[in-house]
Write a protein that binds this ligand. Structure first.
Ligand code: NAG
Ligand code: NAG
Ligand code: NAG
Ligand code: NAG
Ligand code: NAG
Ligand code: NAG
Length: 355
């Protein structure tokens, strides 16, 4: 009972000294910050000829386990220093690393601090956000022409903020329409960075891919996030004719008018004559075919279409059909009596067609 008092005192004293030594070591401790995925070497400078060393992470002996065995490798350098090499460093490798000599009883004595490791995480896979909704990679977004699009590319959960996000519309650099923002999330001790892109949508953007490139020190190449654009726009008409414009169309000829409607969603052309529906069946595909055109077919034609955005009509086009040329023959018959046979001479006179 009496002998336990000084023993307790000794224990307390030893504990205080140990703390003092430990805090002294913390002071001089080397701090090392690496990007996740890097390789770190932890050499144990202890002199342990013939002995065994033990590495400790945050005071816990490091044991070989299946999860880390292929990343944590033991080496002995030529000058006899044992080193622990950690490949593909992850957050789980963070903390204070020490090594100590293994005593005969298996306990670890005389620890030496190697370094305090901090691992910087790159952002998790960036993604595109539209109206506060996360979009899957390659999603198709439907927009209207002349709409002002606000779209975000978000890179979060990084130890350091992302400093550069670029935007490309197919091969066109549209980064100048983007603005980079960063916020620190104290709860997660991470950064959330995003680029807000604003684009005035035109039909030229239809079916194009909008790609954001996120740059980070930990990445050899930028990581991308993308969406495809589906731009809705109203119809424009183009009308062509067979035979071509400029060649007169004459009764009885074969002729055709063609109407092409350019719109998204696609819209079917429909011909109208003189403000009303066509008095005859129309062939499909925008064609209005006349196998043998007549004077009655002349008139004002318009191409129309029923589109998502409403009913649209083209400019009127006047189809002129000329009458068949009328030939007036005047025949003059002369009888001659040269030789033994009388000759008949016929003179034909031809008049220009009347249009
Ligand atoms: C330790 O060994 C591994 C392979 O076993 C090697 O990749 C690494 O460079 C070595 N490290 C040192 C410090 O020798
Ligand atoms: C987009 O551009 C067009 C043509 O330059 C313009 O008329 C329209 O007002 C713009 N839209 C917006 C929302 O700024
Ligand atoms: C964010 O990073 C932390 C480590 O800093 C990690 O534990 C966590 O799983 C990450 N979250 C996501 C969503 O990846
Ligand atoms: C794209 O444009 C931005 C600025 O608008 C510029 O900083 C960046 O270097 C350009 N990227 C490429 C690949 O040209
Ligand atoms: C931590 O980050 C995740 C996204 O990675 C987020 O959903 C969550 O709200 C964050 N938590 C805090 C406390 O900031
Ligand atoms: C109408 O005429 C065009 C050529 O002018 C032809 O390609 C098309 O097949 C014709 N359509 C019909 C239904 O005959």
């Amino acid at each position: 009972m009496t002998s336990s008092q000084p023993s307790k005192m000794r224990k307390i004293l030893w504990f205080v000294v140990a703390i003092a030594v430990a805090s002294k070591q913390m002071e001089k401790g080397i701090k090392k910050t690496v990007q996740a995925g890097a390789t770190v070497s932890l050499p144990c400078e202890l002199e342990t000829p013939g002995g065994t060393v033990q590495w400790l992470q945050n005071g816990q002996p490091v044991v070989l386990e299946a999860i880390t065995a292929n990343r944590r490798l033991w080496n002995v350098t030529r000058n006899g220093i044992a080193a622990l090499t950690i490949q593909d460093v992850a957050t789980s490798d963070e903390g204070l690393w020490e090594c100590g000599k293994v005593r005969d009883d298996g306990s670890v004595g005389s620890k030496v601090e190697i370094l305090e490791l901090t691992v910087l995480n790159p952002p998790v896979e960036p993604y595109i956000e539209l109206e506060d909704k996360r979009l899957p990679q390659g999603a198709i977004i439907t927009l209207q022409e002349w709409q002002l699009l606000f779209i975000k590319c978000v890179a979060e959960n990084s130890s350091l903020p992302v400093r550069r996000i670029q935007w490309f519309l197919e091969t066109t650099n549209v980064s100048s329409n983007g603005e980079l923002f960063t916020e620190y999330l104290p709860g997660n001790e991470t950064y959330r960075s995003w680029s807000l892109l604003s684009l005035n949508i035109t039909r030229a953007f239809n079916k194009k891919e909008l790609v954001s490139f996120v740059f980070h020190e930990a990445w050899i190449q930028p990581v991308t996030a993308s969406v495809s654009l589906n731009v809705l726009y109203g119809p424009t008409f183009s009308i062509s004719r067979e035979p071509g414009f400029g060649i007169p169309i004459v009764e009885g000829m074969a002729a055709s008018l063609k109407c092409d409607v350019e719109a998204n969603p696609p819209s079917d052309p429909l011909w109208q004559k003189d403000q009303g529906p066509l008095p005859f069946d129309v062939s499909s595909g925008g064609y209005l075919n006349f196998t043998s055109i007549s004077r009655k077919d002349a008139g004002w034609y318009k191409c129309t279409t029923k589109h998502l955005f409403g009913f649209f009509t083209s400019f009127g086009y006047f189809l002129n059909v000329r009458s068949k040329p009328i030939y007036i023959y005047s025949v003059k018959i002369e009888a001659t009596s040269a030789g033994n046979f009388p000759f008949l001479v016929a003179v034909l006179k031809c008049f220009q067609p009347i249009s």
